[in-house]
Design a protein around this ligand. Structure first.
Ligand SMILES: [Zn+2]
Length: 76
């Protein structure tokens, strides 16, 4: 057991594997990931801040996606 507070919704959950967010937020993030991945495919040099503006996905959620390794952004 590795009890964590979900950084997105604040719910306490049992962190399994590599996921940093609770199961319901994981589902929502997967939808965000599709949106962001489509944006990054069209704009491969976009920085994380530009991706947030371009997709309308919250910057904090983008950072979590990047930390999860689901989407990668250019470093500079
Ligand atoms: Zn959550």
């Amino acid at each position: 057991m590795n009890i964590q507070n979900c950084p997105l919704c604040g719910k306490i959950f049992d962190q399994r594997g590599f996921s940093r967010v609770c199961p319901s937020c994981t589902e929502a993030l997967r939808e965000d990931m599709k949106t962001v991945q489509a944006y990054m495919d069209a704009n491969p040099s976009a920085k994380i801040g530009e991706a947030a503006q371009g997709t309308g996905v919250d910057l904090g959620r983008l950072k979590i996606l990047a930390r999860q390794g689901w989407v990668s952004f250019p470093r500079n």
